[in-house]
Write a protein that binds this ligand. Structure first.
Ligand SMILES: C[S@@+](CC[C@H](N)C(=O)[O-])C[C@H]1O[C@@H](n2cnc3c(N)ncnc32)[C@H](O)[C@@H]1O
Length: 251
């Protein structure tokens, strides 16, 4: 079932926090993305679910043209602000849903999306759409929150994410990513898993997570198996998270 209204509500009310977020604007992550994609100066790129615009802006500094899409109007407004502040003029911003892109086949040299796939309610359809608009030989890049392989983490960590953000659908583990990717016309060039921390209460505040949900999240963390606790250390001021990165080429 579509979560569009939930996404627009949750992101719309805190859009500027995402433009200002040090997690989303992390220069090391953005530089690594550019080093992996290696955009040519004549390349056209699509940034799917642009949020505060960090991915689109980083791509626009190297590529010829970027189209940045998102379904939340407040986010597009923030991304526009971010790009004008950065002195960027080669990004076009459009309100679009990744599940049904109003774009012809094979238009882009690069299709990228960061911190967004976990919101897509029909992930197979969304990934197919992203591949459809990519040219053969074009680069497909994803960075998203992930969970380590295993039934417990796939269930419990996603329960935590959903308590924090009601528009959350699924953070895919590497094994689930493998199943998703094998259905797509892609050759995988690179994957990486990163262990990171969410700073608290900032991570909760960015989504306006209520007090009951914050407490439930700590109850879940405390009841994880000993094996999972080793992989997911936490404290009053942090929670452990993982991120999965994919670079692929369209066949
Ligand atoms: C965390 S933000 C993205 C951050 C951004 N990509 C960056 O690099 O900083 C997640 C974004 O996904 C967008 N989104 C969620 N579902 C979407 C969909 N079906 N189509 C397009 N955008 C979507 C939300 O509106 C939100 O702006």
């Amino acid at each position: 079932m579509s979560n569009q209204n939930e996404v627009r509500k949750n992101f719309g009310q805190r859009a500027s926090d995402y433009r200002l977020s040090s997690t989303h604007g992390n220069p090391t992550d953005l530089e690594r993305m550019i080093n992996l994609i290696k955009p040519r100066s004549d390349a056209s790129a699509l940034d799917v679910a642009t949020g505060g615009g960090h991915t689109a802006i980083a791509l626009a500094k190297c590529a010829n043209q970027v189209v940045a899409i998102d379904i939340t109007p407040e986010m597009l407004a923030e991304a526009k602000t971010g790009s004008s502040q950065a002195g960027i003029s080669n990004i076009t911003f459009r309100a679009e849903d990744v599940h049904n892109l109003n774009i012809s086949d094979c238009q882009f040299d690069i299709v990228a999306s960061r911190f967004a796939v976990h919101h897509f309610f029909d992930v197979n359809r969304a990934l197919q759409e992203m591949c459809r608009v990519l040219k053969p030989g074009g680069k497909f890049y994803i960075l998203d929150c992930s969970v380590i392989d295993g039934e417990e983490t796939e269930k419990e960590i996603n329960r935590i994410e959903l308590l924090r953000d009601s528009s959350h659908q699924c953070s895919y583990s590497p094994r689930l990513w493998h199943q998703l990717l094998k259905e797509l016309p892609l050759t995988i060039d690179h994957t990486s898993m990163f262990k990171e921390q969410y700073e608290l209460p900032r991570w909760f505040d960015r989504m306006g997570t209520d007090q009951n949900s914050r407490e439930e999240i700590f109850r879940i963390l405390n009841s994880l198996s000993a094996e999972c606790k080793i992989r997911y250390p936490f404290g009053d001021d942090y929670i452990t998270t993982y991120r999965y990165e994919i670079l692929a080429t369209k066949n």
